[in-house]
Design a binder for this molecule. Structure first.
Ligand code: ZN
Ligand code: FE
Length: 250
C-alpha cells in the first residue's frame, strides 16, 4: 500500500466515476465507470494499467463502461455485488475486506436504492465511496428496497467518523439544497451552505461531519432537525420517511 490520488471522472449528465492512482506504481482502481472513453484516454496518456474495477450497484449509469475497460485492460478484476453484472470476476458482499495494491476497502451492504447496493470504505485513508446511497444533502431514490432498508443503510454511514471524505455517485447537490431550503425554510445552515456551493460545478468530495449536521436523510439528530421532530412529533424514522416522500414529489 502507499500514497495515491483520486481523480474525479465526470460521466454522462451528472454521474461521477473515480480513478484511484498510486504514486508508486502504474496500477489504478476504477470505481463505477459508465463511459469508458474518458478513462481510456487518461490511462493511455499516463501509461497506467487498471488493476481492478469496483462497482457499487447494477444500474447501467455505474456499470456500462466495464466491458470497454476490460477489453483494453484484460487483466483487470471486476469486483461487484451482483453476479449478473456483466464482467464480474469477484463477487463482493457485506463485511468483505478487499486488499488492492493501493489500499484496502471494507465492503458494506446498503440496500434501498437497489438491493445489491454496496459502499466502499477505506478506513486508513478515511474515504467513503457511497454510490447512490448517500449524496451530498440527499440520498438515493428507493427503487428496489424499502424505506426501512434505506434508513438503516444510511444509519450505517452515519456511524463512520466525521472526518471521512465522501465521494458519491452523482452531482445532485444544488438540486438537493433547493429542495431542503423549500422544506426547511428557516434552517440558516442551508443558506450558509448555499453561498459556499453556488457556482461550483463539482461539490465533492465532502466531509461526513458537515453532512451529519445538514442532511436530514443521514442524521435526524442534529439541532435543527431535533427541533423539527419535536414540533411535528416525529421519530427519527418518521422524519426520514417524511423528507424522502417529499423529495419523491419534488
Ligand atoms: Zn443508481
Ligand atoms: Fe446512479
Amino acid at each position: 500500500m502507499g500514497e495515491f490520488t483520486i481523480k474525479i471522472i465526470k460521466q454522462l449528465k451528472d454521474n461521477y466515476s473515480y480513478i484511484l492512482q498510486s504514486k508508486n506504481n502504474v496500477n489504478v482502481i476504477v470505481i463505477d465507470p459508465s463511459d469508458a472513453s474518458k478513462h481510456i484516454s487518461y490511462l493511455n496518456d499516463n501509461n497506467l494499467i487498471i488493476e481492478s474495477i469496483f462497482l457499487t450497484h447494477h444500474h447501467t449509469d455505474h456499470t456500462s463502461g466495464v466491458l470497454d475497460l476490460i477489453n483494453k485492460f484484460p487483466s483487470a478484476k471486476v469486483f461487484s455485488p451482483n453476479k449478473k453484472i456483466v464482467g464480474t470476476t469477484n463477487f463482493i458482499k457485506n463485511g468483505d475486506l478487499i486488499k488492492t495494491s493501493i489500499n484496502e476497502f471494507e465492503v458494506s451492504s446498503t440496500p434501498g436504492h437497489t438491493l445489491d447496493h454496496i459502499i466502499l470504505y477505506d478506513k486508513i485513508n478515511s474515504l467513503l465511496f457511497s454510490g447512490d446511497t448517500l449524496f451530498r444533502l440527499g440520498c438515493g431514490r428507493i427503487f428496489e428496497g424499502t424505506l426501512e432498508q434505506m434508513y438503516s443503510s444510511l444509519e450505517k454511514i452515519n456511524r463512520y467518523p466525521d472526518n471521512t471524505e465522501v465521494y458519491c455517485g452523482h452531482e445532485y447537490t444544488m438540486n438537493n439544497l433547493i429542495f431542503l431550503e423549500n422544506l426547511f425554510s428557516d434552517n440558516k445552515n442551508l443558506k450558509k451552505l448555499k453561498k459556499e456551493i453556488e457556482g461550483n460545478d463539482c461539490t465533492i468530495p465532502f466531509k461526513l461531519g458537515l453532512e451529519k449536521e445538514n442532511n436530514p436523510f443521514l442524521n435526524q439528530s442534529s439541532q435543527y432537525y431535533e427541533n423539527f421532530k419535536k414540533k411535528y412529533e416525529f421519530t427519527n424514522f418518521e422524519l426520514f420517511k417524511f423528507v424522502r416522500e417529499k423529495k419523491d414529489q419534488f
